[in-house]
Design a protein around this ligand. Structure first.
Ligand SMILES: Nc1ncnc2c1ncn2[C@@H]1O[C@H](COP(=O)(O)OP(=O)(O)O)[C@@H](O)[C@H]1O
Ligand SMILES: [Mg+2]
Length: 233
């Protein structure tokens, strides 16, 4: 018999606050995210979704409270362990953030080069992941020559090529039409089904309705609801 307490948390927040000056972006937020969970973070613009993600992937530090990533307390680690922890995350942004002057291949390869992988391994991995996202025919294209949906597919490839345990996506479909959005969502679901923990921030309830799953709602930096959303057919 497994119950809630047996679930393995990959991210834990205890009474986390994040202030920017006097502005409270996150207020007394406690949350457990389980290994291999697909979690949506929802709520209106300004609710704190991006801030919450940044706290998790170590782009911001909490003003108060504790955050544990894979059992490691972020407030108690030396700074030199931070890059190692960041490698647990693959991150997808609303505006893709590809390097315009590098090819599709190079944009994805860069993620592995910084880890010191061998060229042969890099080549194999990059081609394989670009095949998964359906961009294997555009290896030598540059981002400005791609549609938004194609750029986001490359960005997803870049996020997952290092096989991160956790994939974080901040409004990944915010700039896309519904068809391109569904392709991106289906890719994220595919990596989830292959074992990744996937966390998606979106204010788009339609997108969540098409997917179902656990949804937490933020309002004014507070967690106001944590629910399992049924898939609406
Ligand atoms: N770097 C920052 N400096 C000052 N205020 C910020 C900063 N980042 C976010 N905020 C504020 O924190 C609150 C939450 O913002 P954010 O996390 O971006 O919300 P969301 O992603 O849900 O739209 C907002 O009031 C926003 O103005
Ligand atoms: Mg945001």
């Amino acid at each position: 018999m497994k119950d809630e307490t047996d679930k393995d948390s990959i991210i834990r927040l205890f009474h986390v606050c994040k202030r920017y000056g006097t502005r409270n972006a996150i207020v007394d937020l406690s949350l457990d995210i389980f290994r291999n969970e697909l979690l949506f973070i929802s709520g209106p613009s300004g609710a704190g979704k991006t801030t919450l993600l940044k706290l998790m992937y170590l782009a911001e530090s909490a003003t108060e409270g504790q955050i544990l990533i894979d059992g490691i307390n972020l407030s108690r680690i030396p700074r030199n362990r931070i890059p190692y922890l960041r490698r647990k995350f693959g991150i997808v942004f609303q505006d893709y953030k590809l390097i315009r002057t590098k090819s599709v291949y190079e944009n994805v390869a860069l993620s592995l080069e910084v880890t010191g992988s061998k060229q042969k391994h890099i080549q194999k991995k990059v081609k394989s992941v670009l095949r998964t996202v359906g961009m294997e025919n555009r290896l030598n294209s540059f981002p400005p020559g791609l549609s938004g949906g194609e750029q986001q597919r490359v960005a997803v490839a870049r996020a997952v090529v290092g096989e991160p345990a956790i994939i974080v996506a901040d409004e990944p479909t915010g700039n896309l039409d519904i068809e391109a959005a569904d392709i991106i969502l289906n890719l994220l679901k595919k990596f989830h089904s292959q074992g990744a923990t996937v966390i998606i921030a979106t204010h788009d309830m339609e997108l969540i309705n098409r997917t179902g799953g656990r949804v937490i709602y933020l309002k004014d930096g507070r967690l106001v609801k944590d629910a399992h959303h049924p898939l609406m057919e």
